[in-house]
Design a protein around this ligand. Structure first.
Ligand SMILES: Nc1ncnc2c1ncn2[C@@H]1O[C@H](COP(=O)(O)OP(=O)(O)OP(=O)(O)O)[C@@H](O)[C@H]1O
Ligand SMILES: [Mg+2]
Length: 481
């Protein structure tokens, strides 16, 4: 019956044989998922007067059946042959095995439950188990796992707890193992955390016990195939059309731009959207820890830095990539995030002919961003007087765009600030646009509006010379002020 993918009969184990856990290939990893204790459906409860939550019971029953069937699948499927199986074949095979086991155990399920069960089994065998549904759910931005029983997701800027769980820590660990071994990495007690990229491009980070105290911690930033563009961001209220026009002039006239913001504030999304203003004729090189940017131009060279392997070898740092990029005749360099010693080369590149370069940093305001840059330079071991450091920053960076996630979950560009030079020892800046908060609605939504500050751009003349003659009205403050 399970011709192609069934194990030879000598190997096939009886449907409920205890599996042998451990080892590193996918087949054995999958085996670890099988439960250690025998799975029994709960005896029907005697008619007690207590209210029974039918949905919870149904879910429990489904979960028990799934475990039982999963084990039967592991025993019956020749997992190493699965790689070559077509999806249709495999689904058929799984449906057949599950039908057989259900019949054997006299378990009757309705059509819908059976369909769900089979699809979950398919995810379990081929994919990432409980995570699979969330990965497919387009409305989910982030998936955050705090141990096997708690999975949060972020939708529209808000965190919510899901009712999806892993069977236990072993199950969660198996899925983590499956992900990291697919990219040639390992995670265990001696390497308790790992960064990786899923096949679909999503960014993945995991930390396992004992460092993660209550069970493994997993964070996934979902990869969006269709990144939000400038128009989407304007429509979502992330910034205004006037700000977009200003940013277009800034990118097109090759200002060096830093997008600053907190975790998940929309830095990468903003950087990606800004890149759409780059001329298609330019050669762009991108450097990222995890390739997330999706540039629309034809001439793009993408680099992904690499952490050291288990033996501590083979590292290619962002700085290595950046140094090399400078030898690759770039017109522009885009660094996904500057967080370490690569800052030196980034500023140097911005100062020496690779103007129009862009990056992001973790900071809560433009001023804070500049201090972060100063700190990074100091941490990189460069001994330079503070004034020299500041002068280097002020001549390298033209614009700091602040991305923020506000308390109601909305993401907005809360400030656009120009760096105009030095005054004594201090870097001088001027804010051109800002988001003005006014209040809070009863359901905790922020009320506010964008406004220009009334300061004309330091680069207005440059914009004009390059053919971006912005009307002076865009610098005028919002009338309601
Ligand atoms: N203006 C926006 N409106 C709605 N969703 C947004 C907006 N900006 C970004 N997002 C979504 O928010 C999530 C986080 O965005 P992004 O990856 O750009 O943040 P980040 O600041 O780069 O995060 P990290 O610090 O983790 O690198 C993404 O799923 C993105 O699609
Ligand atoms: Mg990012």
């Amino acid at each position: 019956m399970f011709s192609k993918y069934k194990k030879p009969s000598s190997e096939a184990a009886p449907a409920l044989k205890e599996p042998t856990p451990k080892a590193n290939n996918v087949e054995d990893l999958t085996a670890i998922a099988a439960p250690q204790t025998s799975v029994r459906r709960k005896a029907p409860q005697a008619a007690k007067p207590v209210p029974i939550d039918k949905e919870v019971k149904r879910k429990q029953r489904m979960s028990d059946i799934k475990l039982e069937l999963h084990r039967a699948l592991l025993d019956n499927l020749n997992l190493s042959a699965l790689e070559h199986a077509t999806e249709q074949d495999l689904r058929q095979e799984i449906n057949a095995i599950s039908a057989e086991v259900l019949a054997e155990k006299s378990i009757v399920l309705n059509r819908e439950d059976r369909k769900t069960l089979n699809s979950e089994l398919y995810d379990e065998v081929t994919g990432l188990g409980p995570l699979e549904t969330l990965l497919k759910d387009e409305t989910v931005n982030d998936i955050l796992v705090n141990g096997p029983q708690q999975i949060f997701v972020e939708r529209a800027g808000k965190l919510e707890l899901t009712d999806i769980t892993f069977k236990d820590e072993r199950h969660l660990l198996r899925i983590i193992d499956k992900i990291v071994s697919a990219v040639g990495r390992r995670v265990d007690e001696s390497n308790p955390y790992v960064d990786a990229r899923l096949q679909d491009g999503s960014r993945f980070n995991a930390m396992v016990p004992p460092i993660a105290v209550d069970g493994s911690l997993v964070s996934i930033r979902k990869f969006k195939k269709d990144k939000l563009g400038i128009d989407d961001l304007v429509n979502f209220g992330a910034f205004t059309e006037e700000m977009a026009a200003y940013l277009q002039a800034a990118v097109a006239t090759r200002l060096n731009i830093i997008v600053s913001g907190g975790t998940g504030s929309g830095k990468t999304t903003t950087l990606n959207a800004l890149s759409s203003f780059i001329d298609n004729a330019e050669r762009i090189l991108t450097i990222e820890d995890t390739a997330e940017l999706q540039l629309q131009q034809t001439h793009v060279g993408r680099m992904e830095s690499r952490p050291p392997n288990v033996e501590g070898k083979g590292e290619v740092s962002p700085r290595d990539c950046l140094k090399n990029a400078l030898r690759m005749r770039p017109d522009r360099i885009i660094v996904g995030e500057t967080r370490g010693e690569e800052v030196i080369d980034m500023l140097q590149a911005m100062n020496t002919g690779h103007d129009g370069s862009m990056t992001t940093i973790h900071a809560n305001s433009a001023r804070d961003g500049v201090s972060r840059l100063e700190n990074m330079i100091a941490m990189a071991g460069i001994e330079m007087p503070l004034k020299a450091v500041r002068s280097q920053i002020s001549s390298a960076v033209n614009l700091i765009v602040q991305a923020s996630r506000l308390q109601d979950g909305s993401r907005r560009m809360t400030s656009i600030t120009e760096i105009t030079g030095m005054e004594g020892e201090v870097i001088s800046m001027q804010e051109i646009f800002r988001y003005q908060r006014v209040g809070l609605t009863p359901d905790n939504k922020i009320i506010g509006h964008f406004t220009a500050t009334g300061v004309r751009s330091h680069y207005a003349e440059r914009f004009r010379m390059w053919g971006y003659d912005l009307p002076s009205a865009i610098y005028e403050p919002f009338a309601a002020q």
